[in-house]
Design a binder for this molecule. Structure first.
Ligand SMILES: Cc1cc2nc3c(=O)[nH]c(=O)nc-3n(C[C@H](O)[C@H](O)[C@H](O)COP(=O)(O)OP(=O)(O)OC[C@H]3O[C@@H](n4cnc5c(N)ncnc54)[C@H](O)[C@@H]3O)c2cc1C
Length: 349
């Protein structure tokens, strides 16, 4: 029997960040993932935005989340000797004068001015954006190449003998007095990071998931000048280099599968054409299922009756921003007895 501090089921962005906390803090871990070709993390655009555009307010807990985001991805990048986090500005394209006035007023406010930039000149974008009511930068945004993070982090875990490619079967778990046994491993903690498939987890039945299907396009645009910034108006247009851009995303709650659809292609193309006035070619389309929850908050913590079991899930539309902070919080709860934020604690359910 090999003994580890924890077994983590699932190496999407949640399981990756949680296992990073273990290694960073000198704990041993075994990560198990079935290596599905399509997962929410693998198709994700990986964007994070400190502002909720609809109401021009800060994203929930942004001032606390950003420092942990920076420190977590920096740590993983240094382990893997690979860059996957890029800090970027988002170009907000105003849809009317009212929206612009509200934005510019708030950008004077001390509470907002690190995120809301002043109006910028259209000339910087070389006439490639359709007529609009002005542009402004969102600062302190960015994106993570999540697919690359997952691949390189799995390789790093392998060098630490901390990774197994396998489909985890719930029947293979034996609960002991102070931990679990799984195949040839013994652990103090078994932590589930399975994304939306956690709806089948018999240890945590009836979790309030409201999975949301999303689709994205990869398009080639020869003469869209956005430098490193992300355009946003109805859709985001994220530069990926070599004149390729990710355009997304759609939201569907009633047909949950990983199939790409002509409706999503049409919806995203129409929104893109409302934003840019230059031709483009669709290169690729992907679909995935976000593990969203009823109250739009993550779910984490120990099982109410079996303390050797725990869960980190429910990252919804904002995994890149939320997972670093809440992976750290779950780790500190398990090993240092720190409290879990009441709005994300599994005990709230
Ligand atoms: C189209 C789209 C665009 C998105 N864009 C963004 C974005 O721009 N920014 C952002 O922050 N978020 C975005 N998201 C949301 C984000 O991708 C998800 O919140 C996030 O990927 C969830 O990560 P996770 O690790 O919790 O779950 P998952 O990514 O689903 O990972 C779960 C892992 O567990 C494994 N697993 C499950 N069951 C088992 C088992 N029994 N045995 C072994 N392995 C198992 C799976 O193989 C998988 O690797 C987007 C999502 C979609 C679909």
């Amino acid at each position: 029997m090999e003994k580890v501090d924890a077994i983590i089921v699932g190496q999407g962005i949640s399981g990756s960040l949680l296992s990073a906390q273990f290694l960073k803090n000198g704990k041993t871990v075994l990560v198990i993932d079935e290596e599905k070709e399509i997962t929410s993390s693998k198709v994700s655009a990986g964007l994070y935005n400190p502002i909720v555009f609809k109401r021009v307010v800060k994203s929930w807990m942004i001032d606390e989340l950003l420092p942990v985001l920076n420190e977590s991805y920096e740590y993983m990048e240094s382990c893997c000797n690979q860059t996957f986090h890029t800090k970027r500005k988002i170009v907000k394209v105003f849809v009317n004068e009212e929206e612009k006035a509200q934005w510019l007023k708030k950008s004077e406010d001390q509470n907002f001015n690190q995120y809301l930039g002043k109006e910028i000149s259209e000339q910087d974008f070389d006439g490639c954006i359709k007529p609009h009511h002005g542009l402004a930068f969102v600062n302190n945004a960015g994106n993570v190449n999540v697919k690359l993070l997952i691949e390189t982090w799995a390789n790093y875990l392998k060098t630490k003998h901390s990774y197994i490619a396998n489909h985890f079967k719930y029947d293979d778990v034996h609960l002991t007095e102070d931990g679990v046994k799984w195949k040839d491993y013994e652990a103090n903690h078994l932590i589930f990071c399975e994304g939306y498939t956690a709806k089948n987890n018999p240890f945590f039945p009836n979790l309030p998931f409201v999975p949301a299907k999303g689709e994205l396009l990869t398009v080639k645009i020869d003469n869209l000048f956005t430098a490193e910034s992300v355009l946003n108006k109805g859709v985001f247009v994220l530069p990926e280099g070599h004149q390729l851009f990710r355009v997304g995303a759609t939201y569907v709650w009633d047909k949950i599968d990983e199939e790409i659809t002509s409706q999503a292609k049409e919806e995203l193309s129409q929104k893109l054409e409302k934003l840019i006035q230059t031709s483009y070619t669709i290169i690729d389309q992907k679909a995935g299922i976000r593990p969203s929850t009823k109250d739009r908050r993550p779910i984490l913590g120990k099982h109410p009756k079996l303390p050797q079991l725990a869960l980190l899930n429910g990252m919804g539309t904002k995994a890149v921003l939320l997972a670093p902070y809440f992976a750290k919080q779950l780790f500190e709860h398990l090993f240092k007895g720190k409290d879990i934020h009441p709005e994300v604690n599994i005990a709230r359910l």
